[in-house]
Design a protein around this ligand. Structure first.
Ligand code: PMP
Length: 310
């Protein structure tokens, strides 16, 4: 059996089954993934709880990792349970309480044809713990609709979290600092609202909550979490449907969600085709209540959802 690897900022890096130091967590330049892409990964968070550091929705993340691997014909060397245990051990080894975990699996040496011939190519599995603070601001953010459209689902399995989709996200993100916004919003090729480069999006209209339907977006684990929390805690059934940018003027609130973004209220959405729309957040708005409730859930403060923590 091959090993699992993990490294970044701490010495808690697993590579194909054993811990290595981050300085040793390197690979050869003749690596299939480096040349052609197609690696699969997850971005998982662990939080400090009264029972020590706990990983939020670890099982769902690792199950998606396996789904993604299947989409690019990577044969996993481990079971879901083994990767989950490796993540837990890596967090323990890191000694940290509140960081990120990055499992990544890819085709390594030595196949250099585009087709990753399973007879010739190795599979490498790394798990590392990363120090990183908040991904987006704690305060509401300013967003702009990108010129870059989200990948059409006929060209790519949007349910998989694969490097190729991030070429599209990177392209959409390149101008962001220059233009002074916090984040972009991507439309799909039919000009409906899709998602951010690394987040799903929700809108509030009166007492209704709406989110773009699956199809052109990554089915985010945080998106599913918010849909469930809105239903179970607030009795709100989220409407999943196509959302046109023409509707932005009718919404009262908008928020991004994601493992890194958590629940991030959006202050304004600007574009070159529609007028700028701004949103406001009273403390008792759905967005702010959900944001605070989610913060409690991930920190193990709500007993009904302790089963999401590993
Ligand atoms: N969409 C994209 C494109 C993403 O990269 C992410 C982050 N993984 C999300 C949505 C949110 O997914 P999750 O809630 O599973 O982190």
């Amino acid at each position: 059996m091959k090993q699992i690897v993990n490294t970044y900022k701490t010495d808690a890096v697993r590579h194909n089954g054993s811990f290595i130091t981050r300085d040793d967590a390197t690979d050869h330049h003749v690596t299939h993934t480096l040349h052609y892409g197609g690696w699969v990964f997850e971005w998982i968070r662990f939080y400090e709880t009264e029972q020590g550091p706990k990983i939020f929705r670890l099982k769902e993340h690792i199950e998606r990792l396996f789904y993604s691997a299947g989409a690019v014909w990577i044969t996993m060397d481990y079971s879901v349970d083994e990767i989950m245990q490796a993540c837990i051990q890596t967090v323990e080894k890191s000694g940290e309480k509140n960081w990120y975990i990055r499992p990544i699996v890819y085709h390594g040496q030595w196949s250099m044809s585009v087709y990753p011939d399973p007879e010739k190519v190795s599979v490498q599995t790394f798990i590392s713990v990363w120090k990183r603070g908040k991904y987006l601001s704690n305060d509401p953010i300013h967003v702009k609709i990108s010129h870059v459209r989200r990948i059409h689902p006929s060209t790519f399995d949007m349910k998989a979290k694969i490097s190729w989709a991030y070429a599209n996200s990177i392209q959409a993100s390149l101008m962001i600092k220059k233009e002074g916004y916090h984040e972009w919003l991507l439309l799909d090729t039919e000009w409906y609202i899709a998602e951010g480069p690394g987040e799903n999006i929700f809108f509030v209209k009166g007492d209704k909550v709406i989110t773009p339907a699956l199809g052109t977006i990554l089915p985010g684990i945080t998106r599913a979490t918010q849909i469930q929390l809105l239903s179970e805690k607030y009795g709100i059934t989220v409407v999943e449907r196509l959302v046109s940018p023409d509707e932005l003027k009718d919404f009262n609130q908008a928020f991004f969600v994601g493992t890194a973004a958590e629940v991030t209220p959006i202050w304004s959405i600007t574009s070159e085709w529609w007028e700028k729309h701004t949103y406001a957040y009273a403390d008792d708005s759905i967005t702010m209540k959900l944001k605070h409730f989610y913060d409690e859930v991930v920190r193990g403060k709500v007993s009904e959802y302790e089963g999401w923590l590993w």
